[in-house]
Design a binder for this molecule. Structure first.
Ligand code: NAG
Ligand code: NAG
Length: 250
């Protein structure tokens, strides 16, 4: 239908898209719930889809994930080694589409989706504002920062609830649970202490030498960020595409 439409005049193309929306793009694998291997098929579909999310698919409300854009991330310093309020803005996260997916168990009956994946390198670029203390050393500044997570392993379990809209069934995230660990974190904050290079280099060095302690304090915030990103993606997608369109209809 879509292909037929695109060969017609422009006016026709728009009319057809409007009529036939939403459409699962042909480069995604379709799975049908009547298939006895439905869950295996969904795993394969996710593995095939992930590396293709480097451009947006507006008909199914899936944005380009390279990068994922996050407008703001507030990390409140704890009472531990990292007593810093971090204000990160305009973050761009690169590397999610290169995930190695070990499991993507979509359970339609119990309305759950369990993910287990490794992001080989998650590269975050943000504007930052920092004020506080790290390992008792004062840290202050604003500018650009790069935070690279190597080998981030994520296990995520999503529970859905059903919502009926225009007599079609949609999924909506009702609950989520995340576990993660990371092999290495490398940080660089530009322009610390108003650009004092010696002080800035020193603090960046201390941060990187103690990345495990630093990460332990901010891990919960990064987990919330990842969960938030995934929930938003899934909610937008399932709000646009009903279960009938996804799993029953051609
Ligand atoms: C759904 O959950 C119930 C209760 O936990 C379980 O007995 C059943 O096997 C699950 N169904 C599937 C398809 O996993
Ligand atoms: C931060 O990065 C952006 C884009 O890479 C650049 O335009 C800007 O000048 C940088 N700001 C600072 C303070 O270095």
């Amino acid at each position: 239908m879509f292909r037929f439409c695109t060969t017609q005049s422009l006016v026709f193309v728009f009319a057809c898209i409007a009529l036939s929306e939403p459409k699962i793009p042909p480069n995604f694998k379709r799975c049908y719930r009547k298939d006895p291997d439905f869950r295996k098929c969904m795993f394969a579909a996710v593995q095939l889809a992930a590396p293709q999310l480097t451009k947006p698919y507006r008909a199914i409300a899936v944005p380009n994930l390279e990068p994922v854009e996050v407008s703001s991330l507030q990390v409140k310093g704890g009472g531990g080694v990292v007593a810093v309020n971090q204000n990160l803005k305009n973050c761009k996260l690169y590397g999610l589409t290169k995930s190695e997916i070990y499991q993507a168990d979509f359970n339609l009956e119990n309305k759950t989706w369990g993910f287990d994946f490794l992001i080989p390198e998650l590269d975050c670029r943000c504007d930052y504002q920092l004020d506080g203390k790290v390992l008792l050393l004062p840290i202050k500044g604003e500018g650009n920062c790069t935070i690279v997570f190597d080998k981030m392993h994520v296990k995520l379990k999503i529970d859905f609830e059903e919502v009926v809209k225009d007599s079609r069934t949609h999924f909506k995230v009702s609950h989520s649970q995340i576990e993660n660990d990371v092999g290495l974190v490398t940080m660089h904050f530009d322009n610390l202490f108003n650009g004092d290079k010696a002080l800035g280099d020193n603090i960046n060095k201390v941060l990187n030498e103690n990345w495990k302690e630093v990460y332990a304090e901010v891990q919960a915030d990064y987990q919330d960020l990842l969960t938030g990103v995934m929930m938003q993606l899934l909610n937008r997608f399932f709000d646009k595409v009903s279960l009938e369109e996804l799993f029953d209809e051609n």
